[in-house]
Design a protein. Sequence first.
Length: 172
Amino acid sequence: MRRRDREAEYAEFANSRLSWLRTVAYLLCGDWHEADDLAQTTLIKLYTAWHRVSGMENVDGYARKTLVNTFLAERRSPWRRVLLRSAKEEPQAQPDLDAILDLRQALTGLPARQRATVVLRYYCDLTVEQTADALNCSTGTVKSQTARGLDALRRGLESRRQQADSMVEVSS
């Protein structure tokens, strides 16, 4: 295949999947700006390997796996820890009552690996085996991380609901 044809094929793939990649990235990281960066980095990685990737049976699966690996690698980065430390020093704003039961907020409270398993299993609708393949781990790890993630989501949402109820009672 000629280079021009490969680039046209890549451009068609990127244009058709960008919205999907951004949404999955947002569910992983909880911030649209960071999701844009993750999606862009993923597309760059796909472009550099497109001569191999385009011949694969499941290009979407490869793209998803690349996105998740990029997200997890970024979370392990020392630069990320510096950014988190400086963000924690800023005063926290009072949460908006409308956002208290927001699932996106709850997802950001999960550790990166648990968040990735929950998003892949329940948003991307992958099987345990497909999720294990995407995360390069065992099916047992996927099951335990998913169970812990769902448990933490339940606890977090219940806690937020109780906070909202107590705030409503105080203001009444």
